[in-house]
Design a protein around this ligand. Structure first.
Ligand code: VAH
Length: 312
């Protein structure tokens, strides 16, 4: 059975629904510290769980015959800067608990997301490569980069087949984002429909690597289903689809809502965004396991607005 930890979050909801479609609803157990996301209600088993409680987690893994764990629980970049100790503790100890149980119970596979947030101001801004100078300057980025080395360690030392992707900013309509710096690119669609205007907390010209959620979910499934010999990166794979700035996503929306207006009021998240690369080189993922994105900005905008309208 597959256990999804953090199933009520922005990625967790969609990953749980996708995994249930592929492997059967009863074979995918959703769990979170929070109550079940309404979108998951009635779609399969749900257990309330705290990934920081290693003993409880271990009992659940044995009792529910878990053979794979997808660990999505984390504090993201913006929230992490407000709660450094919580962010480090949850992001690091949560992963270590899962890796240790995976080793002890010989789980088949583990998935754990990293992020382009591991890169800092000393990494190349354009086409940031898989391997380069990596000096994270947020607690979130520090915890994700440290986590990558733990994944690499557990694979080489104990044979735990843990796989990872450095997600760019993810945009989705099904579930709200959880306190990231790229959340403006989700909020803007909701505000465009509700208010026909949006005040961006990142200034013009702030290019960031981004991806539509359907691409991110497909990348995760394709990575996890790839034959083990194809997975040569055991820290975490760079992954990318597009890069855009706030004014470019505004222009994309204006093709559907001509009267949409945008204003800019940068806040503390501007310095986080400025520390990250503007575009990512994901050629290693493309070479190793055949990654290829399907959504560009305009295709994403059309799909986002259509689905948000029908969601009401
Ligand atoms: C964040 N959405 O903003 C996440 C992601 C690259 C950004 O890691 O923290």
């Amino acid at each position: 059975k597959i256990l999804v930890i953090g199933a009520s979050g922005q990625i967790g909801v969609e990953l749980t629904l996708a995994l249930r479609k592929i492997y059967g609803a009863q074979n995918v157990i959703a769990s979170d510290l929070r109550e079940q996301n309404p979108l998951l209600e009635g779609t399969g088993p749900y257990v309330s769980m705290d990934v920081m409680n290693k003993e409880m987690l271990h009992v659940q893994v044995i009792r529910q015959n878990v053979t794979q764990i997808y660990l999505l629980a984390a504090i993201l970049s913006a929230t992490g800067e407000k709660n450094p100790n919580l962010a480090w503790h949850l992001n690091m100890q949560g992963l270590l608990n899962v890796l240790d149980i995976a080793r002890e119970e010989k789980l088949t596979k583990v998935y754990w997301p990293s992020s382009i947030a591991v890169f800092g101001p000393t990494s190349p801004k354009q086409n940031c490569p898989q391997q380069t100078i990596i000096e994270p300057t947020t607690v979130y980025g520090i915890s994700k980069y440290a986590g990558e080395f733990w994944c690499n360690y557990y694979f080489h030392k104990f044979g735990v087949d843990v796989r990872s992707l450095r997600y760019p900013g993810l945009i989705s309509y099904k579930s709200a984002p959880g306190g990231g710096t790229t959340d403006y690119a989700v909020e803007i669609y909701h505000e465009a429909l509700a208010e026909k205007s949006y005040t961006s907390f990142l200034e013009k010209g702030t290019y960031l690597p981004m991806m539509y959620m359907p691409d991110a979910i497909r990348a995760t499934i394709e990575l996890m289903e790839a034959p083990i010999e194809k997975i040569k990166v055991r820290t975490s794979y760079n992954l990318s689809a597009m890069s855009f700035s706030p004014e470019e996503i505004a222009a994309s929306i204006q093709k559907h809502i001509p009267e949409f207006t945008m204003s800019y009021e940068p806040d503390y998240r501007q310095s986080i965004a400025d520390s990250w690369p503007q575009s990512i080189d994901d050629s290693v993922a493309r070479a190793d396991w055949g990654w290829a994105p399907e959504y560009n900005l305009d295709k994403m905008t059309a799909d986002m607005l259509t689905n948000l309208k029908s969601q009401g």
